[in-house]
Design a protein around this ligand. Structure first.
Ligand SMILES: *Cc1c(COP(=O)(O)O)cnc(C)c1O
Length: 426
């Protein structure tokens, strides 16, 4: 029988995989004579090799055409954001008019809440998961205060009720039912950043709507990671960033979804000229007439240099398609899980749900023995070219990104943990 805890076995899994890795399409940081095992695509995705050409295209156009670049050719800047519209819609399961790339995630969250968080004294509350990402929490708290309400009573947090710190659907359902008449907005993550738990977004939207609340989604850790069906989910809006699994570079321009049922909404919004109806924008009239759909929420003419990397990234996602990518992700993360539970259970405890439908590619791993031991392991992994990320007090997050991570990477992680365990006498 072949030893399944071996580099050879990992390589045979890569060789047999129905979706050959696109690793060669990326710049992978060097480590020694080889490359890092990079598991931090949940934080900053690797740079696609095609990115530089897209950025240089913009620089060339600017140098040669200057202001004429706005109006010339297929990639003219006037309509540059529209080049992203269809691939982005395919990626998140939306209609093209429901999505736009603009601003940053937190800015988009605020803009969406201007329209979709309309608290009244009977219905002032926002429901989120306990331990939500700090920026989301700050945004939500500040919006509650901005409207003259009090986060102490009007920010409802659903506490984890499962051993790994995850939240059951029953707990979400109970919280939405209990606070229902007071809820103005349910804001829920597609994948929770700390635990890696993925949620049934259609069901959460249904529960929120049944109580008369609006439902918004933060998909920072879900986009490019899980298969999304945003239109069918029925959510009112969603926001996400493009520097994590979308590999579009540090601080990349973010994404935003507004459901088609709100395409012609007269909800309040903070307006800017790029949200004005495209055909008449340059009549420069005094009255704002929004473009129907998500593009009507744009403020400024977009940073073209910032958008250019997104084109390169979306090309790769389009080439593979989310279903095939997700299928590969299930294989990679399943392999990671099997190595941990089969060989490393004395060192690592998986906090992320075991059900593949309830997670993306990331596994959050608690180091047995506490913080000091955890840090020692984490530092040792980094010194051996295996990069994960650290969450206080004792969690290492490992995210095999199916575009560029391989079974061999995953095995290198497991082997490095085992080797550390041997050396540390644990
Ligand atoms: C990464 C992340 C952010 C970061 O916000 P920016 O506005 O892009 O800096 C916010 N929320 C969540 C849930 C995230 O995962």
């Amino acid at each position: 029988m072949t030893d399944t805890f071996s580099l050879d076995h990992a390589r045979s899994l890569d060789a047999a995989d129905p979706l050959p890795t696109l690793r060669d399409e990326f710049h992978v940081p060097r480590f020694g004579d080889g490359e890092q095992a990079y598991f931090v695509g949940n934080s900053l995705g690797l740079q696609p090799r095609g990115t530089r050409a897209q950025v240089e295209d913009v620089l060339d156009k600017w140098s040669m055409e200057a202001v004429e670049g706005h109006f010339r050719g297929h990639s003219q800047w006037m309509s540059y954001h529209e080049l992203m519209r269809e691939p982005l819609a395919r990626l998140v399961g939306a209609e093209p008019a429901e999505v736009v790339a603009m601003n940053s995630l937190t800015a988009n969250l605020h803009l969406m809440m201007v329209g979709f968080y309309r608290p009244t004294s009977e219905r002032p509350a926002i429901l989120v998961e306990a331990g939500s990402f700090p920026s989301d929490r700050y945004a939500v708290e500040s919006q509650i205060r901005f409207h003259g309400f009090d986060p102490a009573t009007d920010l409802v947090e659903v506490q984890p009720d499962e051993p790994g710190g995850t939240i059951s659907m029953q707990a979400i359902e109970r919280a939405i039912a209990e606070h229902g008449p007071r809820l103005a907005l349910v804001l829920w993550p597609g994948v929770q950043y700390r635990t890696g738990q993925a949620f049934d977004l259609r069901e959460i939207t249904r529960l929120a709507h049944a109580q008369g609340a609006v439902c918004g989604l933060d998909l920072a850790h879900a986009v490019g990671n899980t298969e999304l069906h945003l239109h069918d989910s029925g959510a009112d809006f969603a926001v996400w960033c493009h520097y994590k699994y979308l590999n579009s570079g540090p601080g990349a321009v973010a994404g935003c979804f507004v459901h088609a049922r709100h395409a012609q909404t007269d909800r309040p919004r903070f307006a800017g000229w790029w949200g004005h109806e495209a055909q008449t924008r340059f009549q420069m009239g005094p009255h704002f007439r929004p473009t129907p759909g998500a593009e009507g929420w744009q403020l400024s003419n977009p940073p073209i240099l910032g958008l250019a990397p997104l084109r390169a990234s979306l090309d790769l996602f389009d080439r593979v398609g989310m279903p095939a990518l997700r299928a590969k992700s299930l294989r990679l993360t399943g392999y990671l899980e099997s190595l941990i539970t089969g060989h490393l259970a004395d060192v690592l405890q998986v906090l992320t749900p075991a059900d593949p439908a309830s997670r993306g590619c990331q596994l959050s791993l608690r180091v047995v023995g506490g913080r000091e031991r955890g840090r020692a392991l984490f530092d040792d992994l980094a010194a051996n070219g295996v990069l994960g990320d650290w969450r206080e007090p004792d969690v290492i997050r490992i995210s095999p990104a199916p575009l560029y991570n391989t079974h061999e990477d995953v095995f290198r992680f497991a082997q490095a943990v085992q080797s550390w365990q041997g050396r540390s006498g644990a």
